[in-house]
Design a protein around this ligand. Structure first.
Ligand SMILES: Nc1nc2c(ncn2[C@@H]2O[C@H](COP(=O)(O)OP(=O)(O)OP(=O)(O)O)[C@@H](O)[C@H]2O)c(=O)[nH]1
Ligand SMILES: [Mg+2]
Length: 447
């Protein structure tokens, strides 16, 4: 997400590194680069300029702390401003219907923006995360397959879909759905409407009529984030027509530049409430401006973190380790030292995420640092002798290590086996005479 913007901002901020403090002179080229990065991410010029003016003003006024570099300071300021630009805090969806009635959620947006997909995702979200009973309603009477599309999606999440195949009146369909929801005690009714082109008068009038007659507790404007500034312009048109309550940004999993996410809020003064990131029904997230800003600047943090860790890296230690590897003497103490090195650099997932191409692949996988904690506890439960002579660890000792580290004997056995395999691998790599070079490529090798 926003890979290009991320990279550009990171680069821009880096140009400030090494300077003693932030001054008008040294910050101006960085500010210019940030502005260019924003404009290239399809942020409107005026917004980009106002943004960087604010950043600059704040940056120059800051006292420089010795423990924080100007680059880190600027990262923080940019992050705060990004958060502010996207709306500061998260605004929840309104699920209160008028007394005795279900909450009505009206979904509007351009053709193909992702309304139908989002309707199903929202139903799934409300069911699983908010324990609500939901009735989906197919009120797109134009596209022949539209109702069937919603029916299939509803079925996949076990949610009833209200359909009247031959009814050509969306308002009538919606009213019938609401009556059914009342009769059956549904708490929420989601109404999926027909896609429209902003300039289509007739369809714009239809959504206006739906809005004024149904009086929904929440009307949401769905927009494809890939469309950049156009997304912002259609948001304006829809806001003028129906004065919606919130924005849903879809297709953030695609190669989107970020302009829509960054600027929609400041243009229509309505919060982004959800972001949709895939075709599957469970890829919906509540929008948090601060988390999004962190994500946009995430790389910057990690890169500097690693640079710090690398600066701390002890050349002598590294040489010693290489020597031990070469002589097949890698032991538990070395293992522990390496674990601590990795820990210093940040969390494992962030580290893996830095490897090009890996970040995306592991974004949904839960890689916890707990695995490390277990291993660390086991090694710490070993005596010095055991740490440097893994071969002396017999069954009885394993039992003691298990008890001492709060792990099961199976877990200790498994770790021993893995460690043994690793040693074998090192051995065979040594045979290939390439150990030094190969280990150098791993995070714990010599740099
Ligand atoms: N990658 C990705 N694809 C999405 C996302 N949301 C929707 N899509 C896809 O975009 C296409 C259009 O989605 P729909 O939900 O049918 O859009 P719509 O606004 O209902 O379209 P109309 O009813 O024709 O106006 C479909 O192929 C969806 O699978 C998303 O967040 N990420
Ligand atoms: Mg649709």
């Amino acid at each position: 997400m926003f890979a290009n913007l991320q990279e550009r901002l990171d680069k821009a901020i880096k140009t400030l590194k090494g300077e003693g403090r932030i001054t008008e002179v040294n910050v101006s080229s960085t500010i210019k680069e940030i502005r260019k990065a924003l404009i290239d991410a399809d942020v409107n010029y005026k917004i980009a300029k106002d943004f960087t003016d604010r950043v600059k003003e704040k940056a120059i006024g800051q006292a420089v702390l010795t423990s924080v570099s100007p680059g880190q300071l600027l990262t923080k300021i940019v992050m705060d401003e990004l958060t502010e630009l996207m709306g500061s805090s998260s605004i929840d969806i309104n699920l209160k219907g008028s007394p005795g009635n279900p909450a009505i959620i009206l979904i509007a947006g351009l053709q193909g923006s992702g309304k139908t997909t989002f309707s199903a995702k929202l139903a799934n979200f409300l069911k699983t995360k908010r324990s609500k009973s939901v009735l989906l309603t197919a009120a797109d009477v134009y596209r022949p397959a539209a109702m069937e599309q919603l029916r299939v999606l509803g079925e996949s999440i076990g949610t009833e879909v209200f359909i009247e195949q031959d009814n050509k009146n969306p308002l009538d369909i919606a009213n019938k759905a609401i009556a059914r929801a009342k009769a059956h005690g549904y708490e929420v009714v989601i109404i999926d409407t027909a896609g429209r082109i902003a300039i289509d008068e007739e369809m714009m009038n239809e959504i206006k009529a739906l809005k004024s007659n149904l009086n929904p507790s929440e009307s949401l404007f769905v927009v494809d984030s890939m469309t950049g500034q156009d997304a912002v312009n259609t948001a304006k048109a829809f806001n003028d027509a129906i004065d919606f309550d919130g924005v849903v940004l879809t297709k953030l999993d695609g190669d989107t530049r970020g302009g829509a996410a960054l600027t929609i809020r400041s243009v229509v003064n309505k919060p982004i409430k959800f972001v949709s990131m895939g075709e599957k029904v469970d890829t919906l997230d509540v929008f948090y401006p601060d988390r999004m800003a962190q994500r946009i600047l995430g790389m910057g943090d990690i890169v500097s973190l690693v640079e710090r860790a690398q600066a701390q890296y002890d050349e002598k230690e590294a040489a010693k380790l290489n020597e031990k590897l070469r002589k097949n003497q890698f032991d538990f103490q070395d293992f522990l030292t390496q674990l601590n090195q990795i820990k210093k650099m940040g969390n494992l997932k962030d580290l893996l995420g830095m490897i090009p191409g890996v970040g995306k692949a592991i974004k949904d996988i839960d890689i916890s640092d707990d695995a490390f904690k277990k291993i660390e506890a086991m090694i710490l439960s070993m005596t010095q002798e055991e740490r440097s002579n893994p071969d002396v660890i017999d069954g009885r000792r394993r039992q003691r290590i298990a008890a001492g580290s709060g792990n099961s004997i199976q877990e200790v056995n498994q770790f021993m086996k893995q460690f043994e395999e690793m040693r074998k691998m090192i051995k065979s790599m040594n045979k290939m005479q390439g150990a030094g070079r190969m280990m150098g490529g791993l995070p714990f090798g010599k740099r």
